[in-house]
Design a protein around this ligand. Sequence first.
Ligand code: ZN
Length: 452
Amino acid sequence: MRRLILDHALLPEGWAKNVGIDIESGTITVVHPNASAEGRERITGIALPGLPNLHSHTFQRGMAGLAETRGPEGDSFWTWRQVMYRFLGSLTPDDVEAIAAFAMMEMLEGGFTALAEFHYLHHDVNGRPHADIAELSHRIAAASRETSMGLTLLPVFYAQGGFGGTAPAEGQRRFINDVETYARLLEGARKAVAGLEDAVVGIAPHSLRAVTPESLRDVVAMAGEGPIHVHIAEQVKEVEDCLAWSGQRPVAWLLDHAPVDKRWCLIHATHLDAQEVKNIANSGAVAGLCPITEANLGDGIFEGVDYLGAGGCFGVGSDSNIEISAPGELKLFEYSQRLKHRARNVLAEREGQSTGRSLYDKALSGGAQALGRRIGAIAAGYRADLVVLDAAHPDLSAVSGDRWIDSYVFVTGTAAIDTVFVAGKPVVRSGRHLHREAIRTRYERALARILV
Ligand code: ZN
């Protein structure tokens, strides 16, 4: 049992001082506001529940910055994807693990304490399954173990190159499975995480363009109660291609043809009509927003004001990992809406409400739902995942309460992060991961070889 006392903590019922928490096997068993310090380790600062990161492809961290040079014409998501396919072409299992560990370390230093890894790189460099079809799932699990990142592993089902059964391109051959090999992969992924504390395996049909209606139905049936994530309506071209294929927009098609409910997380959902906005909100699914990546890729702007107005839930993800920052994702979500609507504080719901706090609370509950784990609150029964801000930071020292979160989201960003706990154990101190040097050295060696 570990017994901590937190100077300041954000509890479900609000801010509290001198909060004692008892932790057993990584889970909070009792919370005592106004506790005595006796027999407890004091954690100075401002403790928040760690934010879940609901969408990432960790390997893409290694290509951050490599697709920022203008090409011959029409740079877009699709030309970025060509760079990404070239990058992943040579990655070995050791490379995948080294890059994943580096990305997870930066996530922990960046305010995320749990991750849903949308894992689609399965096969070897020639597109052949490894001797263990789940070899690369084992590598993601190993990175999670090394960094202590809480893990929801989402093995991706990717069956075809595009709508209507287009054959996969060469750059996609490391992703491809049929329903039968996917079932084996899923079983292998469950074994890969079996030794991790409290890990979850869900499923992830890659996108409507990568599956057939029949195979989508077959893999959704494998999910049980676990999470189901899918990329959807990220690009205008994808909406147009889906209309040409089915006569329906992607979200409308999905809601008509799949049992979308609270288990589901619709990643991006950028291009929505008014009916789709309402229908996602009513389905109970989470919208998985990745504002930094969506801006980097030129995807478009989510219908945030209407969606939150309809009661929709959301969480945030670092997706391509071009920049890893939990507060940065929330800031850009709000700023994108300010630019779109030419107004301020648009995602807070009522007069007097802090925008930072409102965004943080919603991303906690939506993220926890999308990851399928008991996380996202400092309360009995939840994992002891905490992000502790430095109360002496010049932008935090003179304020209190929700102003702390406004400053964290809009002013300091990750610079205010001091200590991070996962499952009750410190993994970041003074802003740095405890295994930073070893993880960084291995990452640098891998990239030096990959990028020659
Ligand atoms: Zn993605």
